[in-house]
Design a protein around this ligand. Structure first.
Ligand code: ADP
Length: 266
């Protein structure tokens, strides 16, 4: 029955036996779905009035004197932050319902990285050394929109958590064991070892004060994790506090696709 959800545990029982415990978690599963739908609906409903508000705030522009001017730009900034949060919440709830964005195609990762490099240079405003190294002809089967969103989150984080003058290195290549690896290294502030396992939880932040000024939503790495799950991939995080971090996405060899195959089909 596709509507019944079971959790399966196996425990050791006596010397040579194992006990299989099946638990019916259908209610829990349904409740989780209700919670996800609720978050998605609320985000969706809030988006329209916020867009109107932001539109008016932006049209007010710089018509104000010294006293009101900073207040209006602060309101714009906060409304944009709220908009980013709603967009991330919607993206996450779609990913949690196992829906990839768009169809799965043969994705040219190098082409995505060239675009992301342009955006990264704008965000960094010349304050970082950004190096993108990419193995051409290495294509990935997946959702282009979702992969781009995951890679963008990792690159933007590297910029946000690396002080001026630091170096960001982005690589895309095939490992010796055939796995496909995307990785972003930075020479930034690093992450304490105890926080690493929890980074992909929603809204988890290392010391709330150090992330607030970045304009992030606290959902970026959670989105990355869900995109990777949907592509049979995993995220490896290595970091040394005060020295820098490396985030690696490992895709299994079966995710490699040959661009030519697609062209022949088309
Ligand atoms: P945020 O919007 O806060 O950046 P994320 O989910 O993208 O949310 O990241 C979660 C937390 O992980 C961040 O608040 C930050 O503390 C930490 N983090 C993420 N990337 C890096 C990085 N490259 N260097 C140091 N810390 C990082």
């Amino acid at each position: 029955d596709p509507n019944v959800h079971l959790s399966v545990h196996s425990v050791r029982h006596r010397e040579d036996q194992r006990l299989l415990i099946l638990r019916d978690v259908t209610d829990l599963h349904n409740l989780e779905q209700v919670r996800r739908d609720f978050v998605a609906n609320v985000s969706h409903e809030l988006r329209t009035p916020l867009t109107v508000l932001l539109g008016y705030l932006e049209s007010l522009g710089d018509q104000f004197d010294d006293e009101l001017g900073p207040a209006v730009s602060r309101m714009q900034e906060q409304a944009r932050q709220m908009q980013a949060l709603l967009n991330d919440l919607l993206e996450l709830s779609r990913l949690q319902s196992d829906n990839l964005g768009g169809e799965q195609t043969s994705v040219d990762v190098c082409a995505i990285l060239m675009q992301l490099k342009e955006q990264a240079l704008e965000i960094s405003q010349g304050n970082h050394d950004i190096d993108v190294d990419c193995q051409g002809g290495l294509y990935l089967t997946g959702s282009e929109a979702d992969l781009e969103s995951a890679f963008r989150n990792l690159i933007n984080n590297a910029i946000h958590y690396t002080p001026e003058g630091g170096r960001i290195t982005v690589r895309w290549k095939e490992n010796a064991d055939g796995q496909l690896a995307f990785n972003v290294s930075d020479t930034g502030i690093g992450i304490p070892r105890r926080d690493i396992p929890r980074l992909t939880e929603r809204f988890y932040r290392v010391g709330s004060d150090r992330s607030r000024h970045t304009g992030g939503t606290g959902l970026g790495l959670s989105i990355v994790k869900h995109v990777l799950n949907a592509h049979d991939a995993r995220l490896v995080i290595e970091s040394v506090l005060g020295e820098g971090s490396t985030f690696t996405c490992l895709f299994p060899a079966k995710r490699r696709s040959l661009r030519q195959e697609r062209k022949e089909q088309a």
